[in-house]
Design a protein around this ligand. Sequence first.
Ligand code: SAT
Ligand code: MN
Length: 617
Amino acid sequence: TYPTRVDSVGSRPARASETPTTLRIDAGLAAWIADVTALTEPSNVVWCDGSTAEYDLLTKAMVAQGTLIRLNPEWRPNSFLARSDPADVARVEDRTFICSTTEIDAGPTNNWREPAEMKAELTTHFRGSMRGRTMYVVPFSMGPVGGPLSQVGVQVTDSPYVVVSMALMTRIGTDVLNLITDDAPWVPALHSVGAPLTPGAVDVAWPHNASKYIAHFPETREIWSFGSGYGGNALLGKKCFALRIASVMARDEGWMAEHMLLVKITSPEGRVYHVAAAFPSACGKTNLAMLKPTVPGWKVETIGDDIVWMRPGPDGKLRAINPERGFFGVAPGTGIETNQTAVDTMWGNTIFTNVALRDDGDVWWEGLTPTPPAHLLDWQGNDWTPASSTPAAHPNARFTVTADQCPSIAEEWESPEGVVVDAILFGGRRPSTVPLVAQSKNWAHGVFVGATMASETTAAAAGAVGRLRHDPFAMLPFVGYNMADYFQHWLDMGDVLGENAPPIFQVNWFRKNDAGSYIWPGFSENSRVVEWIIRRLEGDVAARQTPIGGLPLVHELNVEGLGLSDSDVATLTGVDKAAWLAEADETATYFDSLGADRMPETLMTELARLRAGLAKL
Ligand code: SAT
Ligand code: MN
């Protein structure tokens, strides 16, 4: 048992002896914890065991403190609402840093800082930053504990909200602690909300610091995050480890860490396929991961909704796991009409952040139900009615829940060796140019398609929404090294995989017509595109070869009953030559901005081929 199970509010200084005595603690870990304790000066240190009792203790304490509101258990058992500070609601990309020794290794797409300088600067912020607070030590595993594709880390945090969120999103606790040894690599992940409490001071519901730093040290595989309590900035197993640090590990070790969902698809004939798909944040990954097909006979089951780690298996085929344990999904737009499965997943044991509170003690957000309740408290706790001019929920409001509650979860979702990837999809929000679906000509062309992805920005990151930006592989904010080198790594993986490399498809659910409305209904109807893709894998349908890839023959794409006009279908399955020529020019400029000397020759050749092909149309 742990000697420090208490969640004390005392101001007793932490002592090194407060580490669990009945467990074997790796000497390197103990030394790091001692250093961090001396630096941040918490009043208390708790080693988290990952038990239900611990979770309950923390949520109770947060309810008492005002950080969490317990929802009406009749509607939403063991569930809570957190209201963040309005200045801490999304990832802060301009405060996210890749600290490699040389700037060129971070590349032009990342904010770079010299590692020693960044550590010196951050040390001044972390000094005493946990005063008056409890420091939690959270050993966590990304992927099934002990699995061949899994990795471990230890997050230190002074936020109990982060601890319970990590408990839902990753595997935490004693099992993982036992894996941390001198000779096995683990990632130290230091986090503080940066709001020390002076004796007698009253805490706020959502402590944070106006000065935020999300810093990554890819060469030493460390994370230092300061000043934010928001998911993507503070749950360090997620974007910071499973994408930014893991992308560097993956490059060095011959695997891939990607911003992808992962699904199992069963055809009417009972054949099983696994598909990984990259989309930027808040572009429908969770909805596609939980797709309820409208096409009879098809079944889609969920494996992951945000991050995929892939590695060639002993048979040479690409195998993938979801390194996470839960979903941190966007609430607004997730509803009974768009994603009933997600709604069913959150029946209980869920933490909601920045959604609205109903008078009956349940939650609501835009899109949950077609009609809003007559009265709510909005995400900041203010009275709200349907006549209000502001949204009830923040556009980046989130639900946090374990994946095993998902009715569509696939039985193999926790398979430690992963599932074989049969196809890879790339998508984004593209109102123009990009067709509904196109099959890449080969791996190199698929990598070109991934490298040239663009999407309209969303509320998942602080900043303007709806602006088209390049987002290669949906990894723009998540590649922990030079983007051109990352493209090269994708090309290298194709060489390793050879004929086992899965086919790549580009998809776009967001094409608009001249009147500015979406042409494609999306959501469940995306199963029609999934059907076409699987039929391509099976060789059952043809593709019209064009410079942008293989497009569906109009009569082989199932649009029955959707009420699309012939011109709509032509737009969805056609090549807009002028738009693509402009896109090619834009791509040339973009590739240039990534460093002409570093860009893989193969991608420059693909661009030349695209231009030559378009010229002949
Ligand atoms: O970065 S988060 O994990 O908070 C969500 C996202 O932007 O994909
Ligand atoms: Mn994401």
